[in-house]
Ligand binder design. Structure first.
Ligand code: ZN
Ligand code: ZN
Length: 441
């Protein structure tokens, strides 16, 4: 693991006195304060070379920092190390018996992901891990002809490989998009969801798009992300960042579009089916994967073709009608095996015929649940998207799935999570939690 010192947190009792030392006596510059409402703390950053000092000023007597100062006095509070892949760092630490305060990364300031490690495992120091995510503010624009930048895609957008029995599962990435946080969490109050998924200034939360490749007897792609047919206005509305996308990650997985034998659709919403088609040099629409049969559930196909006022914005016909024209569409009516080891199972809820993929090999099971549980923040039973057409069906399907997932130790893939590709569910003392899975390479 490579880590960089990001900052050192210092708990402050008297801000004026602290400033008199750090700013006035040492002559350092204060960058301006950032209020972290959920922690009831104000953070004042002081750049020192590549790293920063962070003066932590409690804004309420019950804040963690206020309690810390009461108990132990002001002083060194934590150090923060920046890593490329926080999920695999946590998995490694856990494997080696470290005591983690956060088992899964959670959103921190500036859209970064953070997780704390208990001081008892870090020789008396509270250690925070941090991983930056690409977002609208941080993504690098490469102008034509300019030398390649040193921009390295964050691991959040990486290719993650998992072995499952005799199959190989490769989680790909088609970029980030942003959707309204309220719509993403339905009846859950913003005060709750904003802690799990901090909204931007347009109230949108960051989501990833993670299609999955299954390599076995044949090579299957499940969903294909947003694709490349959308215009700048669409990209602005949905905060799309495809600076790293399916083309890049497919290539990194050692695959070309011609290598895909089967494309399986969980449903036909644009963030899942957008990558099914592309435009050729003449602007004509064609299937993106030239050798593939595209498998779609018949009910979903019919609903997408006969969209109504409520569903129309999600079904863009350019994503799926060309499949029928090209003769590569295969409609399936029921739950069934699509290739050895992969079967589909209807969940309903999100759309009437939304389906998940269940992948089985040599006694091991994985599930690609798509919009049944789009992110790890959606794990609690009632955290159901406002977009869902039949939320009570989502609830029933989630409960049934969780029971199965815990009993069979299913590897669960989260198609829209901004950071976590997959993990295992655990239930301990009635509490459910997720252990992110460490990729095999
Ligand atoms: Zn959907
Ligand atoms: Zn979706």
């Amino acid at each position: 693991m490579k880590a960089v010192l990001d900052h050192i947190g210092i708990a402050v009792k008297d801000l004026a006195a602290a400033l008199a030392f750090y700013r006035d006596a040492l002559g350092l510059e204060i960058e301006g304060a950032e209020e972290v409402a959920s922690q009831r703390v104000r953070a004042h950053f002081i750049p020192v070379g590549e790293s920063k000092l962070e003066l932590l000023e409690p804004t309420a007597p019950d804040s963690t920092i206020a309690k810390y100062v009461d108990k132990r006095g002001p002083g060194l509070h934590h150090i923060t190390l920046r890593v490329d892949d926080i999920t695999s760092a946590l998995a490694t630490l856990k494997q080696r018996g470290a005591r983690l305060i956060d088992e899964t990364p959670r959103p921190g300031a500036e859209g970064a992901l953070v997780a704390f490690i208990h001081p008892s495992s870090a020789h008396g120091v509270l250690v925070e891990l941090k991983q930056r995510l690409v977002d609208g503010h941080q993504s690098v624009v490469v102008s034509p002809g300019s030398p390649a930048t040193d921009h390295r895609p964050p691991a959040a957008s990486a290719v993650n490989r998992f072995a499952l029995g005799n199959l190989e599962l490769v989680s790909l990435f088609d970029g980030f998009l942003r959707l309204d946080g309220g719509a993403m969490f339905g009846v859950v109050p913003k005060t709750l969801w904003a802690k799990q998924a901090p909204p931007d200034d347009r109230n949108r939360i960051l989501l990833g798009m993670r299609p999955l490749v299954v390599r076995g007897a044949r090579t299957m792609l499940i969903d294909a992300g947003l694709g490349d047919k959308n215009d700048p206005k669409f990209h602005d509305i949905y905060g799309v960042d495809r600076s790293r996308n399916l083309d890049h990650t497919l290539a990194e997985a050692g695959l070309a579009p011609e290598d895909i034998d089967i494309v399986l659709a969980t449903h036909l919403h644009f963030d899942h089916a957008g990558g099914f088609t592309t435009r050729d040099a003449n602007g004509r629409l064609r299937p993106k994967f030239p050798r593939a049969q595209y498998v779609v559930r018949r009910g979903e196909w019919d609903d997408a073709r006969q969209a109504n006022e409520r569903t129309r914005a999600s079904y863009l016909v350019d994503n799926f009608l060309p499949l029928a024209d090209a003769g590569v569409l295969q409609l399936v009516d029921d739950d069934q095996t699509i290739m050895p080891g992969v079967r589909v199972k209807r969940t309903g809820g999100h759309t009437m015929h939304h389906q998940m993929a269940v992948i089985e090999s040599a006694g091991k099971t994985a599930a690609f649940v798509a919009d049944l549980v789009p992110t790890t923040a959606h794990l609690p039973d009632p955290w159901i998207m406002g977009y869902d057409l039949y939320p009570m069906d989502t609830l029933a399907s989630k409960k049934a799935f969780y029971k199965d997932a815990i009993e069979k130790d299913i590897l669960v893939f989260f198609e829209h999570d901004p950071a976590v590709a997959a993990g295992h569910l655990r239930e301990e003392q009635g509490k459910r939690r997720l252990i992110p899975a460490a990729p095999t390479s």
